[in-house]
Design a protein around this ligand. Structure first.
Ligand SMILES: [Zn+2]
Length: 216
């Protein structure tokens, strides 16, 4: 059995590490560039769950996310609660968003995150039938409702354990408001997680580790 050490393929399966996946929802927006600058400064890769109509508005930011080797997932076309729309509408929301991303990048996401984390078994199956894996989180930063960076840092410090997926927002629409506190707090949050010995991974790398997949 060999471990594959290639670009983008981490030999995580047999290694005990404290993993952390930073995820950013509701973008892209102009705040995304500031977040990408910070991540670039630390050479950390993250996962961005993007909204289709924002992809249409900021294709150049989508290109930058991809170029800098972050992972892009689908977060619907315009951020409805998927429990309140029909299965035909949900399918449209997902397919239209994947097509918008494909138009820019020539490839489609295989990850999906339900707005508000609202998902049931029926929608889960539909998402799966469209070839997407549903991803939620276990640390909710609540950054959309926190106005002080110290409070945001405190919340993340309190809730983060090994192998956590942290939910943050780079989008400033769909209920998220200005993202200044997230941008301001992010370096302190990353500094803390580095100090605590965490290794930063994208969601596919996280899955590789959690499901003990040697290579995907
Ligand atoms: Zn969202």
């Amino acid at each position: 059995m060999s471990l594959f050490i290639e670009r983008g393929v981490l030999p995580l399966a047999n290694i005990q590490q404290k993993l952390i996946a930073l995820t950013f929802d509701d973008g892209p927006s102009l705040y995304t560039n500031q977040i990408l600058d910070i991540l670039d400064g630390y050479t950390i890769k993250a996962t961005f769950f993007v909204v289709g109509e924002a992809v249409k508005k900021y294709p150049e930011i989508i290109r930058r996310i991809k170029k800098e080797n972050h992972v892009i997932g689908n977060h619907t076309w315009n951020h409805p609660s998927i429990l309140e729309i029909s299965s035909v509408e949900l399918s449209d929301q997902i397919v239209k968003t994947n097509e918008a991303i494909k138009e820019v990048l020539n490839e489609e996401p295989i990850l999906f995150r339900a707005p508000y984390g609202s998902i049931d078994n029926e929608s889960f199956q539909l998402i799966r039938s469209l070839g997407l894996t549903s991803v939620l989180w276990n640390v909710d930063s609540l950054d959309w409702s926190i106005n002080e960076s110290s409070a945001l840092e405190k919340r993340i410090k309190k809730d983060t354990v090994s192998d956590s997926i942290i939910l943050l927002h780079d989008g400033n629409q769909y209920g998220s408001g200005p993202r200044d506190v997230t941008v301001k707090s992010l370096p302190q949050i990353i500094d803390y997680l580095i100090k605590e010995g965490y290794t930063f991974v994208t969601i596919p790398e996280f899955h590789q580790h959690c499901f003990k997949i040697e290579k995907w």
